[in-house]
Structures are given as structure tokens and as C-alpha cells.
Design a protein around this ligand. Structure first.
Ligand SMILES: Cc1cc2nc3c(=O)[nH]c(=O)nc-3n(C[C@H](O)[C@H](O)[C@H](O)COP(=O)(O)OP(=O)(O)OC[C@H]3O[C@@H](n4cnc5c(N)ncnc54)[C@H](O)[C@@H]3O)c2cc1C
Length: 414
């Protein structure tokens, strides 16, 4: 039997954060990982600006878009300290007193994951673009066995077909193929396709942690390309509590980006948003005779463009009429509807995906025994701050604990 046509205990689709962490935590099983790229963990290498923000000191379901109870339970399985322990050979810098970035390079984070999964005996098959999955009867089970009362699912295995016609077989199949963002790094919709082929529901996908393009009224943003400032973004939608996001807003030639915008994009549903460009400033008692562009704690270029957009000259505040002052005060509640987002090409993550209510507490499909989904392919998306990689690891940990126990029992029984 060749490596490719043996029946693996566990086969993982995707050598990213979730797939590798899972393989690293499985012991004494035959494990294969199929990866469409010629190398593993391309997204890990690109993450955190090349420094990979692996986890966060303060993680809760509040940091995620997804089923609150499901996320809370998942997070209980992996503490941030356990992630740091796993990568104990590396040094991490704690930024903003909560986010852990690798002090050397994201490549070192990938190196630890690869070594750990190899030490666990996992074999990675590169350039294996999975195209479909089906269930077939286990050829190793005799006819007698097939009629000795075992249910169909116990006699069946998964058959995985790749783009070049290669076939792989396994007893337990884990989908860790990620979302649709950053196609250049290997993204594909195979996870959703597999879920749907087994009758599971997939929530509509959309780019998230991504910048916004603007409509005509905000074209003045584009003239500010390269300018960055601290602001507060508010989102409110019908029947949803208002959410606020503080941080840098970066103007680009396409629209707006930066941490506050990326976080807002996670929760934005088509409609208006409001930006407070002066979150810690009061216009009360503003009696200075100096021009607005000098007195406001904003980049001068920004104030001048803003005034131009409302057809006002750069005067001292008291020189403006009441109506003009009202227009200027909109700097603290600038309402607009983005045209859209920069799209999957620039999105750090994908919101939507395989619905978590299709899974049991072990991340196993309720519709198909021995089929699991972990990481970004699921309808759980984190904010900026290490929450997505942490979720990929935490979901992988749940499945590794489950499979270790399940296969142990199976070995003892047989
Ligand atoms: C630029 C950028 C920076 C980011 N920075 C951070 C950060 O600092 N911290 C953080 O928490 N999150 C960050 N994220 C998000 C984070 O990287 C992902 O959420 C996380 O890597 C998801 O892990 P995953 O294993 O589920 O999916 P992925 O890491 O996407 O892995 C999926 C793997 O499956 C493979 N695959 C896909 N389709 C197939 C197929 N058909 N056949 C075989 N293999 C397939 C892919 O090639 C890939 O290797 C960043 C994302 C980007 C794009």
C-alpha cells in the first residue's frame, strides 16, 4: 500500500493554523494533511505584519461574531497561557497589554507548528488541491463484517479526491481549509462545498477585517491617502445594540482602513456608520483666534480637506456662522454609508461559513459522523488582536481531545 492509498485514522484538509495545531496534538495515530499550496501556513507567515499575533490575554465571546454560547464553550478549552506554553521556545512581545506577537518572526511560529506536527507523526502532502469528498465502504472490512450488525457508518470511510486524480482514504476527516480571504495565500471554498455536500448549512460569506470603499460624498477621503488619525466608530442597526470601535483610522486611495475600521467591518451590515474624528475634544469655550486647522487636534491636511468638502475656508471657530458651526461639529458624528468593502482580496478573514449549530460539542457534524470542521471555515470570526488564530487553535484542541479519546477507546475495544 502506498502512503496515499492507506486508510488514515485522521485526515486533515488544510495545513494552516487550525490543521497544524490539530496534527501537533494528535499522538500515535496515522495522520495525513492535504495542502493545496507547495508549502504550509502561508497565512500564518503573513499574519500580524510578519510577527503573527498568536493569542490575547483577554479573550471572550465578545471578541467574536458567532454563536455566543458555542464560542464561550470553545474558548474554555484553551487559555492564552497554554498557547504561549505550546510556543515556549519562542519569545513574544505583549502589545497594548494584551496581544502577543512573536518577537522574532511569524516564520518561527510556523516552524514550531510544523516540527510539532511532524513529531506527532503527521505526513503532509503538498500541492494537493482537494476537489471532493465522498463516503465509500471500507474495503478492509470483510463481507461477514459487513453483515454482523455493524451500522453502515462503521463500515464506511471517507474518500478524498484531489485535482490531479489522487485518492486518499480516512476514518476521521477534519476540514481546516479556512475561508475565502486572500486567495493568493491558498484560500478556497472547498470547506463550504464539503459541508453542503453532506447536507449542512453554510451562512452567507463576506469579507471582514477589511477597509471600506466610499461613495461620492466621501471622495474627499481619497485625497487624504496616507493620513492616519485616532477616532471612534459607532455602528448601530435595527434590533442590535450600538457598538463602538476606537483606534486608528487610515485613509487610503480606495477609502478608509486601519484597526478601528477593520474591527467595525466585522459587525457592519450594509447601511450607515458614524465616525467621531475628535473623540477626546470639546468645542465648548473654543475662543482661540487661530485658524481651525491649527487649533484642532487633527492632522492639518485632514482639517483642510474636511473644510473644503463642506465649502468652508480655514477660519477661527468664532468666525463661522451658527449653520457653519453645526456643519463643523459633524466632525464628532460624521455619518455616512460606505459603498462596500475592499473585498476578499484584502480582507484578513471571512465572516459567515459553516454554521456552528450543524456541529456537536466536539465540532463533529451532526449530519455526518466522523466529519469535523475547525478554524476559519466556521461561522465564527474574531476581531483584530490574535482572536482568529486563537480560535483556530482552540477549535483544533477540542477535536484533538475528542479524537485522542475516541481512538484510544477504539484500540482498547478491538
Ligand atoms: C494578512 C493577514 C494577517 C492576519 N493576521 C492575524 C493575526 O496576527 N492574528 C490572528 O489571530 N489572525 C490573523 N489573521 C487571520 C488568521 O490568519 C486566520 O483566521 C487563521 O489563519 C485561520 O486559520 P485556518 O487554519 O482556519 O485557515 P488558514 O490559515 O487559511 O489555512 C487553511 C489552509 O487550507 C488550505 N486549503 C484551502 N483550500 C484547500 C483545498 N481545496 N485543498 C487543500 N488545501 C486547501 C490553504 O492553502 C491553507 O493552507 C490574518 C489574516 C491575514 C490574511
Amino acid at each position: 500500500m502506498t502512503a496515499a492509498n492507506q486508510i488514515y485514522d485522521i485526515l486533515i484538509i488544510g495545513a494552516g493554523a487550525a490543521g497544524l495545531f490539530l496534527a501537533a496534538n494528535l499522538h500515535g495515530k496515522s495522520v495525513a494533511i492535504l495542502e493545496k499550496n507547495p508549502s504550509a501556513g502561508k497565512k500564518i507567515i503573513a499574519s500580524g505584519g510578519g510577527k503573527c499575533n498568536v493569542t490575547n490575554r483577554y479573550i471572550s465571546a465578545q471578541n467574536y461574531l458567532g454563536d455566543e454560547e458555542f464560542v464561550t464553550k470553545t474558548l474554555l478549552n484553551l487559555d492564552f497561557s497554554e498557547v504561549l506554553e505550546f510556543f515556549s521556545e519562542l519569545k513574544f512581545k505583549e502589545i497594548k497589554q494584551n496581544q502577543f506577537f512573536c518577537a522574532s518572526s511569524a516564520k518561527d511560529v510556523l516552524g514550531v507548528l510544523l516540527r510539532a506536527s511532524q513529531q506527532s507523526g503527521a505526513k503532509i502532502f503538498y500541492n494537493c488541491d482537494v476537489k471532493s469528498v465522498s463516503k465509500i465502504s471500507d474495503p478492509t472490512k470483510s463481507d461477514a463484517n459487513a453483515h454482523n450488525g455493524l451500522s453502515n457508518s462503521q463500515n464506511e470511510i471517507f474518500e478524498i479526491l484531489t485535482h490531479n486524480g489522487q485518492k486518499f482514504s480516512c476514518k476521521h476527516l477534519v476540514i481546516a481549509s479556512g475561508g475565502l480571504s486572500y486567495k493568493a495565500l491558498g484560500a478556497s471554498d472547498i470547506g463550504y462545498e464539503i459541508a453542503m455536500s453532506f447536507g449542512m448549512q453554510v451562512a452567507r460569506t463576506a469579507p471582514a477585517l477589511v477597509g471600506f470603499t466610499v461613495q461620492k460624498d466621501e471622495f474627499w477621503f481619497k485625497n487624504l491617502s496616507g493620513v492616519s488619525l485616532n477616532a471612534e466608530i459607532s455602528l448601530s442597526a435595527k434590533n442590535i445594540a450600538e457598538r463602538k470601535f476606537s483606534g486608528d483610522v487610515l485613509f487610503t486611495h480606495k477609502g478608509i482602513s486601519g484597526p478601528a475600521v477593520l474591527n467595525a467591518s466585522l459587525f457592519w451590515q450594509k447601511g450607515t456608520m458614524s465616525i467621531n474624528f475628535l473623540p477626546n475634544f470639546s468645542f465648548k469655550n473654543l475662543n482661540s483666534k487661530k485658524q481651525l486647522s491649527t487649533i484642532l487636534p487633527l492632522p492639518k491636511r485632514f482639517t483642510l480637506e474636511f473644510l473644503k468638502s463642506i465649502n468652508l475656508a480655514d477660519n477661527s471657530f468664532n468666525e463661522y456662522s451658527q449653520a457653519e458651526k453645526t456643519e463643523i461639529l459633524k466632525l464628532q458624528e460624521y455619518k455616512f454609508a460606505p459603498a462596500g468593502t475592499f473585498g476578499f482580496e484584502r480582507a484578513e478573514v471571512t465572516k459567515g461559513g459553516v454554521l456552528t449549530n450543524e456541529l456537536n460539542q466536539n465540532f463533529e457534524s451532526k449530519k455526518q459522523r466522523n466529519l469535523y470542521f475547525i478554524g476559519e471555515v466556521l461561522d465564527v470570526t474574531g476581531m483584530l488582536g490574535g482572536y482568529n488564530i486563537h480560535f483556530a487553535f482552540a477549535s483544533a484542541k477540542v477535536v484533538s481531545d475528542c479524537l485522542e479519546l475516541r481512538l484510544e477507546r477504539w484500540l482498547n475495544y478491538n
